[in-house]
Ligand binder design. Structure first.
Ligand SMILES: [Zn+2]
Length: 139
């Protein structure tokens, strides 16, 4: 009996209580950022307390979904069999217009990647619970 690499299920995140609201936003195709109701600091990834003022109040702001590539890596060796036929691919660190940074996959030709490339978020609905984000070049 032979197994193909397609037999491997996609590895998916564990959604815990601190991040549930953020994942629910992605499921609605909204990129949320934690915004402290007290001092307005933006925190990503979400945390139980505001790192700036330690407030336990949590609020959220919907991001424009637009930003610029701050850095990236090109993955050439799959870290899991699911990704074996997907390499090479890029993971980008994006400086969002609101001032926080977020990590996501990059959709598009790898040779288009450059410092400051304008990008916008897109959404992949994987199942009822999990939506993943990816970034694509604007224009
Ligand atoms: Zn705060």
């Amino acid at each position: 009996m032979t197994h193909t690499i397609q037999a491997w299920p996609r590895p998916l995140p564990q959604i815990d209580r601190d991040h549930a609201e953020w994942w629910a936003g992605l499921a609605r195709h909204e990129l949320l950022v934690q915004e402290c109701p007290r001092c307005k600091a933006l925190t990503f990834p979400p945390e139980p307390a505001c790192p700036a003022c330690r407030s336990l109040e949590r609020g959220w702001r919907r991001s424009s979904g637009r930003g610029r590539v701050f850095s990236w890596v090109v993955v050439r060796r799959a870290s899991h069999p699911y990704f074996a036929d997907k390499v090479p691919y890029a993971v980008v660190l994006v400086a969002m217009d609101e001032g926080f940074r977020v990590v996501g996959s990059f959709e598009g030709p790898l040779d288009a990647l450059c410092d400051g490339l304008p990008v916008e978020v897109g959404f992949d609905d994987v199942n009822d619970e999990v939506t993943l984000m990816r970034f694509r070049r604007v224009g």
